[in-house]
Design a protein. Sequence first.
Length: 412
Amino acid sequence: MSTDLRLLCVRGASPSEVATRVEALLAGGRAPTDGLDGPLALAIVVRDGDDLRKTLASALPSVREGRAIHDARRGVFFEPAPKGREGLAFLCPGQGSQSTGMLLSLRGVVPGFGDRLAALDAGDAASGARLACADSLLPLIDRPRTDTTDDELRDTRRAQPAIGLVSLAIARTLLELGARPRFTAGHSYGELTALAIAGAWDDATFMRASRARGAILAEAGGDTPGAMAAVFAPRAVVETLLTEAGGLVIANDNAPEQCVVSGESDAITRLEGLAGARGVRAIRLRTACAFHSPKMAPAVARFRALLEELPVSAPQLAAFANVTAAPHGDDPRVIRELLAAQIVEPVRWVESVEAMYAAGARVFLETGPGRVLTGLVKEILGARPHLALAVDPGSRAPAEHLAHVVAALVAA
């Protein structure tokens, strides 16, 4: 075996059958070839023969006993009760996950991703919906990362369509490569991406909606855009702080002990003081506006009117709405209403993840920049059986990271 990365899949109809085949490989023979398309799979990523033997030997006891292995660090995965397509959810990040260079390290690793990215950007150009502040999205993303470039990308008019561009490009590429999610969900702006993945919009319509939403929200913020803060405490504690601070609402119910609050800047300052006095951690976020608060009310009617101009189809996947924490239905009118209302309503992320889990989701793949949603899923589901992964390699080697993601999906 060469020193290049290799993905090995040992299949079987039961944990004991997979274990028998692993034992045969370790003994220096060949695994039995009958039934190699069994539903269970031990999927591992290795570099050479020694790595293969060590990894197989370390995985064997768990496989023999029918215990799940989710070792994302080493690239070893085994699921004794696989869910397959029925259990895969694509998660789409919202504003705040953007950064210069986001996901571009995958262009040389994921077949077709670079072409899809360029095609989406070209379609965005042809739509005539570009804004003066962002005549082209790819040049904004594809440049060395500095504080200045990140600040420029933080502008809501740029951030939302830029996140959408890379998120939809990687999701579409994964679909072309064979990934078959049953669920999609997006956080705040990411709900638009989730609907596009589910087939509610074509690519050009999605980019137009993304451009318009970013511009409308930026204008709604005006000269006093407000502020947001993450509060790390149970929701009941956060609600008490909101009552005392005044002028704030819960914008994102993110995790059992994390809410994001939104409203006037001076109210955020009051909340920071109240939280500190109680020993509660509160961090002011670097956001452009007080999203999901009454300050965004002027944007609702404008975005609703824009959506009336855009064709919307019934989603072909279970695409969850932030407002209801339930899948969108088939009625385009209701889809438009929920997307417009979402601008001032809270993101019910905890309830959305719980609802997907109750419906059978077990593998959650964050198909966009960053790993925020991956971390939130882990906090929400805790010790319950699940696997949360991010396609973004972060500081890891892109090829190795992608191989681990593919191995996880094979075993799932």
